[in-house]
Ligand binder design. Structure first.
Ligand code: ZN
Length: 264
């Protein structure tokens, strides 16, 4: 009994705050969906409760095809519903590159990934629990947008943002819960990996009604980051070789040094 209470306390006291249970997801949720990682640690043992959701008019069709990424530096499994081979290879490269970019925040830590590619307009909700020793297996659902610029930007952003939370947790750094930096981790990765961030990849307005505190906090933080980054747009995007991109890259560097130079 005592153990159970302790275990529950650990779980509930360490909830990551970037999203909430699907029952509390408001209708305004972005078509890119949401992901929630919550974890508990006991020594080197990590219990991960991973929820990931993409909204759509209909559920995904049948069972997914499972593929393993080859020729990349990370352990990545792809679950898809008929993506082409060319897309799969590119998807593997983008996921691995985004993961590498996220590792710059917490060097020396690495996660494993399952990426679910959801056909555009379809919905999926997946909940996976895992137990690992000093390791995390992160599952992320990403919409297969026909707009490939949006697809790549969203995929890279999602992997980098959630990896920031996961790797910081592995590093025992309490800033893994910092949503403000996590949103920057997504944008910094988009800039580094894709080379540009279109205005459509910036986050939308803050949600106020019908959401729980964690979702409201995440949404408000996303909106704050949007306002901070918006002036860097030029002709509808931030590019790595433009003034806005150089300013954003400097901001990413400063935020990273803030993490690396701190004692805790
Ligand atoms: Zn988050």
């Amino acid at each position: 009994m005592q153990w159970r209470m302790l275990f529950m306390f650990i779980i509930f006291s360490l909830l990551s705050s970037c999203a909430a249970q699907p029952r509390s997801v408001p209708p305004q949720v972005s078509s890119a969906g949401f992901t929630a990682l919550s974890s508990s640690k006991f020594g080197g043992l990590i219990y991960l409760n991973n929820e990931t959701y993409v909204p759509g008019a209909m559920p995904v069709p049948g069972r997914p095809v499972i593929a393993k990424c080859k020729s990349v530096q990370h352990d990545i499994r792809i679950e898809h519903y008929g993506a082409s081979i060319a897309d799969l290879e590119a998807t593997c490269r983008f996921v691995s590159a985004a993961a590498s970019d996220a590792e710059r925040w917490f060097p020396g830590h690495r996660a494993k990934y399952t990426i679910i590619i959801v056909p555009e307009g379809r919905s999926i909700y997946v909940k996976r629990r895992s137990l690992g020793f000093n390791s995390m297996h992160v599952t992320l659902a990403a919409a297969d947008f026909s707009d490939r610029i949006r697809y790549r930007g969203n995929l890279v952003d999602l992997v980098a943002h959630e990896s920031f939370h996961a790797l910081g947790r592995l590093a025992n750094d309490r800033r893994h819960l910092d949503e403000h930096i996590a949103y920057y981790a997504g944008l910094c990765a988009q800039l580094d990996v894709v080379g540009s961030i279109p205005e459509s990849a910036l986050y939308g307005a803050a949600l106020i009604d019908g959401v729980d505190d964690a979702t409201r906090y995440s949404s408000a933080t996303a909106y704050l980051v949007r306002r901070e980054v918006f002036p860097l747009l030029h002709d509808g995007s931030i590019t790595s070789d433009g003034d806005g991109g150089r300013i954003l890259a400097k901001r990413c560097q400063e935020l990273r040094s803030g993490i690396h130079s701190s004692d805790d």
